[in-house]
Design a protein around this ligand. Sequence first.
Ligand SMILES: Nc1ncnc2c1ncn2[C@@H]1O[C@H](COP(=O)(O)OP(=O)(O)OP(=O)(O)O)[C@@H](O)[C@H]1O
Length: 862
Amino acid sequence: MARADADTPMMKQYHRLKAEAGDALLFYRMGDFFELFFDDAKVAASCLDIALTKRGDEVPMCGVPVHSAEGYLARLIRAGHRVAIAEQIESPAEARKARGSKALVERAIVRLVTPGTLTEDTLLESGASNWLAAVGRAGEEWAIAACDISTGRFELVACAAHELAAELARLAPSEVVGAEPVSGITGRWGHDGFDSAEGERALKRRFGLADLEGLGGPGRAELAACGGLLAYLDTTQRDSTAFLAMPRRVSRAQHMAIDAATRASLEICRAQDGGIAGSLLAEVDRCVTAAGRRLLGSDLSAPLTDRQAIEQRLDLVAWLHEDAIRRERVRSALRSLPDIGRAMGRLVAGRGGPRDLAALRDGLTGAASLADMLERQSLKPVLLDQLLPELGGHDEAISELARALIASPPLDPAKGGFIAEGYDRELDQLRSASSDGRRAIAELEGRYREATGISALKIRHNAVLGYHVEVPARHADRLLAPDSGFTHRQTMAGAVRFNSPALHEEASRVLEAGGHALTLEHAHLERLTGQVVGRAGPIADTADALARIDVAAGLAERSTEGRWSRPSLDEGACLEIEGGRHPVVERALTASGERFVANDCCLGSGDRLWLITGPNMGGKSTFLRQVALIALLAQAGSFVPASRARVGLVDRLFSRVGASDNLARGRSTFMVEMVETAAILAQATEQSLVILDEIGRGTSTYDGLAIAWAVVEAMHDEVRARTLFATHYHELTRLAGRLDALSLHHVRAREWKGELVLLHEVAEGAADRSYGIAVARLAGLSPSVLSRAKAVLAKLEAGRDATGGIAAGLDDLPLFAAFAAKEPPKDPLAEALAAVEPDSLTPREALEQLYALKRLADERDG
Ligand SMILES: Nc1ncnc2c1ncn2[C@@H]1O[C@H](COP(=O)(O)OP(=O)(O)OP(=O)(O)O)[C@@H](O)[C@H]1O
């Protein structure tokens, strides 16, 4: 930068603000633009594809107009940037008045825009939640405090260190913050406030609580996370407040545990390409409101484990499923409702406007009439009875807003005109004074035309001159005459402009009345906003209740469309599915005119591990995933794509795909596969459901088979979870003779007139052969390569038959339990040492312990 420029007061101010903004891009307000300088300008210009210019000789700079800044902000945020907004906090006139004619306008950072702290519609996806998650810890305890300030949701979850990643995967936050880096988690670290005492203070202050008993006494890690979260909100929101309902403590046991890899593999809320299209969510979603869509996403992300709660959701879906007319009435009532949750988020944050108030008016009115309609229905399910009271109770607010606002107010309050006539007498009078004035001005125009004889005379208005008389240049002389009563203001190319005392007087009246009217309207806006913000909690409850009804009605609609059935739930470890289908694959096939073959599955304590073989493309992966998705949908409270399903409640769901299937995602090392398999073996329980698709195939045949073999044994003998294991290692079928709760299944195929026909039917027993070469022919491999492959296969098979193949001798292998029992011998000295707590010992006790340890050491060595 040029030295001289660096020293200007403006640049000094800029650098001070930039230092405060840290790594966020600084939007520095200059008149009608936000300007960016130095590296910020380079980053923004390339990200936004706008021109990079120079200030003075050297300072790179670019700018975006204030009125369209939101669109640019959205792009920067989506590209992973944070933006600090430095506004002018006084007008140039105020600055001059206070500090002289050359005074610099004072600026301050009024907001830090980050991905997790957005409230604007243009910056948010309407159908997805926008979580900000703060990771806190106290000793060995960890917790996440998460909020979505666009709707006020606020959750606390305590968990162990190894569960953090899965919990974060459930929330899929837009932003993660914490005090110190947590391995395996991408976030922004180094933030302050992650302290339990600070958290407790901040929570009490924020919600006006004397103690935290009402919240069920959150633990120290939860408080630390809260402290960090609230401090971060203060940093980003500055003078405005973020919308937060009272925190809800989420116990991990309330939800089916699903780790990040399983979510990705089952494509629950996002498909593999990261988009919603192609995911389970997109397939199931028939919600008619954005809030419903957000809730459905969170339901599918966190299926329940409490049978009663699931049955309640299912009862509501069933009630809407059995009566199409009732369902359509509910859905059409919901369809017209605005997003009151998000409107509330903006109003609380001080970024709301008249249109948000109108959204509340219309949304709450709609909620009340929906409640009326539902109230009259008979045999209502319990959940609906619980939801109905939440829909109402806003009569006062509704009638106030209905009286106060015009039908469709403008987004921007700046020009006024949003307060309805008849709401405020004074405002009405001011408005009529102003319109009387405008009428008087129009009359004046007529009179002047007559008096001057200039029919082209006009009274106009612009920002610089205000009201003025304008005549074509050729008639100007008449008005320029000293006794004309007009004062010259401006000469243009073809016209000359004048003022007159009468016009001046009328114009002042218009201006004054208009100004007062605007001030009054703004005062009303502020007061009305204050009133609804005071009811933020109950309004958020209404928004949640509407979303819950929308989700149930949408699921009922989807079930009708797809002939889905209500699952029955069971506390035991069973999973019985008749005529199960994979909703996403089924739709893709139907779209191309093909038929999806429904399949059965029956897992129970005596038959809990299915080993599935069969040709490539035979439908193994599809079958595995559909079973997992059916369990997941059932526990989320949805009907399922099956003719009958009985689901033993699943505590944890795991799905893993062998390494090579994941190649496209670039994270498909064999190592990842093994780490993930190890996690399943460590975490799955007898109540879990595990889907393993070709585990072990990412390495050499011998290693792969050996690992797959050992994993199947461990799943069967140790973990004992319900398991579906798809494999191409035919040798594994030998395990059926040794493991009594394992059964063999295959996807059927037939060769007909030399062509392979894949039947996509799951049948009992092992596949008779692998058909790999036949599939390769389907794929179009050349005849010469195919015939060579056949010759090689024949040789290999002959060798296998002669020697017993690669699995020869495995039948003599001792059982898995014989190995599993062998743990490394314990070291008493190490154990005793680990048990010592130096801080809690007196010097004398310490000495005694030292002697005891020495004794143990002697015993071990001696
Ligand atoms: N039940 C079914 N009914 C009809 N078509 C099916 C069915 N299941 C799968 N398919 C079709 O077969 C294709 C392959 O299925 P899938 O990927 O499940 O096979 P796979 O046995 O796992 O194959 P590979 O062993 O090569 O991974 C699917 O994309 C789908 O088009």
